[in-house]
Design a protein around this ligand. Structure first.
Ligand SMILES: Nc1ncnc2c1ncn2[C@@H]1O[C@H](COP(=O)(O)OP(=O)(O)O)[C@@H](O)[C@H]1O
Ligand SMILES: [Mg+2]
Length: 402
């Protein structure tokens, strides 16, 4: 994939024209069943604003600096993809399974293990929002192609031409091809909840196995965020809906459209004035919500709420009415209740991590180190004794001696 610092033009501007870029669009299989055609004026606006947004971000120099060391990902054209059913959607994009990849490169891909992420058609009604989302999905593709970590979603290909692809006047001009995930952390938490409810009697062995799974999830998530931070990437949208598992159960963080590359700094407490209220309010650090400067530690805040949710299976602030949430959480400092049974070190870590005092908040690296110890303590405390393992063993028949 090439860097997107080139200037591209829409069909309404002088050159190149849509046809010189694509031939006739109708020759190509549209990526989306409801592919929307934007008029020339809207297309020009989308292109212009999207390019401005990309030029303002730090992605272009960052991407170029890593180009030589990044894995070269492929390009797949619209007509080479046959879409299957929709797997899910967020506010601005939809994700589809792939039935088939056609053409010369078909043998390189296992279509059934891949998905396509593309913008939602409704965006075409709002050109300014469409432009912002167009830039964001292209930047997401560029950022993902620089990342390689077992707990971060892997991108396999994109459509050609980056932001310039939107010159064809289609809402679905650009798309990402990524590995397929089987369930999200949100789904898994629900599964754990129903497992708990099904067990009428407190079953120590089952609890212990679930605890092991919960700890594994939090460890893998911590590793993913720590890797991003080592690359100066602030993820900004950590929440169970953006965390998934592949067919082997390996955790993968995905949805990088609001991730931000921060300037280099050796001071973990240096703050940066960045966009206000980015992310999802339930997991958003107070400094982001209030429009104050922030840094990588905003992800540590979100991580601590996810830790609490994974351990208690309860949504953070789930009992606060949404109209009251901002005042309570961002200004009055309301936080989830910690359990008495948790080790003190774990409780202290949560409290420091979700504190409004950013300087006192640990870095992700520090948090991971503390958690390694705390998780070991939790597993030791909760390890069922041999007696517990034996509880359900069938009793051997009594032996009567004549
Ligand atoms: N790689 C994937 N495999 C399977 N489903 C996915 C994948 N990526 C995303 N999804 C589904 O699509 C939804 C929207 O994707 P996401 O990247 O979060 O889009 P948005 O940026 O609009 O939030 C996700 O919540 C999830 O249900
Ligand atoms: Mg999402």
């Amino acid at each position: 994939m090439k860097s997107d610092d080139t200037t591209c033009s829409s069909s309404s501007s002088s050159s190149p024209s849509v046809n010189s870029l694509y031939g006739s669009y109708s020759d190509h299989f549209p990526i989306h069943f409801d592919s929307i055609v934007l008029n020339d004026e809207v297309t020009a606006k989308v292109l212009r604003n999207a390019q401005k947004r990309m030029n303002k971000s730090s992605i272009l120099p960052y991407y170029d600096s890593l180009l030589a060391t990044s894995e070269d990902i492929g390009e797949i054209a619209h007509h080479e993809v046959v879409l299957d059913r929709m797997l899910g959607h967020g506010s601005f994009s939809s994700v589809f399974a792939i039935k088939k990849i056609r053409g010369r490169k078909a043998h390189k891909y296992d279509a059934e293990s891949l998905v396509v992420k593309v913008l939602r058609p409704k965006l075409s009604l709002k050109p300014s929002l469409m432009a912002a989302c167009a830039a964001d999905i292209v930047m997401e593709g560029m950022l993902l192609s620089t990342l390689s970590h077992k707990n971060i979603i892997s991108i396999k290909a994109t459509s050609p031409m980056g932001i310039c692809s939107f010159a064809n006047g289609r809402h679905d001009a650009y798309f990402l091809v990524m590995e397929k995930l089987e369930e999200t952390l949100e789904d898994r938490i629900q599964r754990w909840q129903s497992q708990k409810h099904k067990t009428l009697f407190h079953h120590k062995l089952k609890d212990h196995l679930m605890l092991q799974e919960q700890i594994q999830v939090l460890t893998q998530l911590g590793d993913a965020i720590q890797h991003l931070h080592s690359q100066r990437i602030l993820y900004r949208d950590a929440k169970p809906a953006n965390i998934g598992f592949d067919k082997d159960g390996v955790l993968k963080i995905f949805d990088f459209d609001v991730a931000k590359i921060l300037p280099d700094s050796t001071d973990p407490n240096e703050m940066f004035q960045l966009t206000k209220r980015t992310g999802s309010p339930r997991y958003m650090a107070p400094e982001i919500a209030k429009g104050e400067p922030y840094n990588l530690k905003a992800d540590v805040y979100s991580y601590s709420l996810i830790c609490h949710e994974v351990m208690t299976l309860k949504k953070p602030f789930g009992t606060i009415a949404s109209a009251k949430h901002d005042q309570a959480v961002f200004y009055d400092g309301v936080r989830p209740e910690v359990l008495k049974s948790w080790p003190r070190g774990f409780v202290n870590l949560l409290k420091r991590s979700w504190s409004t005092d950013v300087v006192g908040r640990p870095t992700m690296e520090e948090a991971i180190k503390i958690l390694q110890t705390e998780f070991t303590i939790m597993l030791t405390i909760k390890t069922p004794s041999r007696k517990v393992f034996n509880i359900r063993r069938p009793k051997t028949a009594p032996i009567f001696v004549a």
